[in-house]
Write a protein that binds this ligand. Structure first.
Ligand code: TMP
Length: 236
């Protein structure tokens, strides 16, 4: 497997072409941004931790029947993934009110929701990733009703699997964001990452935040929080 030219550089990862037309290599960075790129910084060691954590969780989900883009981890920051075309949606699943939901609906952070909330945002930095519903997604030609149903079903199953798994290591899964992509044959698979950048993880005993909110909110202890997640999940 040969790493060829860079195809794309995002806020937290770079994507490279390989000599296999159906495979890409993702390379995780230590760069951190928040508020649509307005706040910028570095979280030392984040790239390696997010690579390991994402791959660990993707393999676990794959075993439980969720198709993913994961192929093989090749270094502490690099992973071979299946080539996908990302569906431009951020799928957000919420169990407990926090962040933008708390702000928008006036719910105190930590309020248990009576049922799981699923939200879609249209991935467009220039527009600030606006929230959209099924009608918008269909009207914009982003996904068909059948595809929206499949993405929703997968996301809720991911929530059940992760919530259950994290409980055992004393982490409460507050909310998280997923992205899906299409393989060349049109199959929809889970893509992007699942990490402290894209999930809210709270210690179930102390309520301590173990995720990117520590960076977003200048709380300190950012690196240690990421390390703690790696330790609880992979025992390292
Ligand atoms: P929010 O409360 O700010 O809408 O965030 C909900 C979840 O989505 C939270 O776990 C963080 C994650 N998230 C991302 O992964 N990327 C983003 O750009 C945003 C805004 C949130």
């Amino acid at each position: 497997m040969q790493k060829l030219e860079q195809l794309y550089e995002g806020k937290a990862k770079k994507v490279f072409r390989t000599d296999d037309p159906e495979l890409f290599i993702v390379d995780y960075k230590d760069d951190a941004t928040a508020f649509n790129g307005v706040k910028k910084g570095t979280i030392l060691g984040k790239g390696a931790i997010n690579n390991r954590v994402t791959n660990f969780l993707m393999q676990m989900l794959e075993k439980k029947g969720i198709p993913t883009h994961y192929v093989k981890e090749i270094s502490d920051r690099e992973t071979i993934v299946k080539k996908v075309q990302i569906i431009p949606l951020e799928v957000i699943v919420r169990n407990i009110a926090a962040g933008s939901l708390s702000k928008r609906l006036g719910l105190k952070e930590g309020t248990k929701l009576k049922s799981t909330v699923l939200e879609f945002c249209y991935k467009d930095d220039a527009l600030g990733d606006p929230m959209v519903n099924d009608y918008h997604i269909q009207a914009l030609g982003i996904a068909t009703p059948a595809e929206i149903k499949l993405i929703s079903d997968y996301s809720l199953r991911v929530n059940d699997i992760l919530t259950e798994y994290l409980k055992d290591v004393n982490i409460e899964l507050i909310d998280f964001k997923l992205e899906f992509g299409k393989l060349s044959d049109g199959t929809i698979v889970l893509a992007d990452e699942i990490s402290p950048d894209t999930c809210r993880f709270w210690d179930s005993k102390t309520g301590e935040k173990l995720d990117k909110d520590r960076f977003r909110r200048d709380m300190g202890g950012v690196e240690d929080a990421y390390k703690e997640i790696l330790k609880r999940l992979l025992g390292e």
